[in-house]
Design a protein around this ligand. Structure first.
Ligand code: ZN
Length: 234
């Protein structure tokens, strides 16, 4: 298991089942840092539906990361919507010498990021441009789904690091996307993350009625703590 994966049992050996259940409910957050809504060109899920689906799946915190768009209901870097903590995010399409790479911006200032997103939903901007725009909006820049790129991942990571990328999405449900993936095995992705001291995040990338699998990735509060620290460092 990578850092941040949920386990309800490690610290609770010897406790009664009922106590264990209550302690998990009270203290265990379940976090998904990559979800889409109808603000993305390829999703049909409203924010109300997104948070309701998260709630049904036992997810307590989501990041809303729409393609080249910041959802209109987001007005703070984190906020509560219908009982779910929603972290403001974005997913920018980028291109460069390693091909298309998607870059997540997490914990962005929504108003600042709206001024920075490309006007066109599928427009690709340069890697550095995307990372700079996310940082300008106070966010943390994460290489999304590293196993989806048919390229030399380590070289691509080194390249993005030169441009200031903060982290990499090490937890991702490749089994739910259709391409032949992952190109790079999970163990190697985690090794690269650790070797380059990258912030590790994860998310379901669920879109709506298409690719609806929220709950496939559940991170614990440690990942949020690190994300907040990184965002505060600016
Ligand atoms: Zn996505």
């Amino acid at each position: 298991m990578g850092p941040g994966w949920t386990s309800c049992t490690d610290d609770d050996r010897g406790m009664s089942d009922s106590f264990l259940k209550v302690s998990c409910v009270l203290y265990n957050m379940s976090v998904d840092l990559h979800t889409h809504t109808e603000a993305s060109f390829d999703s049909d899920c409203t924010m109300a539906q997104r948070v309701a689906l998260a709630d049904d799946a036992g997810i307590t915190t989501i990041a809303c990361t729409d393609h080249n768009a910041v959802h209109p209901r987001l007005d703070d870097r984190t906020q509560m919507i219908d009982g779910i903590e929603v972290i403001a995010g974005v997913e920018l399409f980028t291109r460069g010498q390693y091909g298309r790479i998607d870059v997540l911006g997490l914990m962005i200032d929504p108003a600042m990021m709206r001024k920075q997103v490309p006007a066109e939903g599928r427009e690709k901007i340069a890697y550095r441009e995307a990372i700079d725009r996310i940082h300008d909006a106070g966010g943390v820049a994460i290489m999304a789904h590293p196993g989806r790129y048919d390229t030399d991942l380590e070289a691509a990571v080194q390249h993005l690091l030169e441009h200031g990328v903060d982290g990499i999405e090490t937890a991702y449900p490749y089994e739910f996307v259709s391409d032949p993936m992952p190109y790079t095995p999970h163990e190697r992705i985690v090794r690269i993350a650790q070797e380059y001291d990258l912030l590790e995040t994860g998310g379901s990338d669920c879109h709506g009625t298409r690719r609806q699998h929220i709950g496939a990735i559940r991170l614990d509060e440690a990942v949020l703590r690190k994300l907040r620290q990184r965002a505060a460092m600016g």
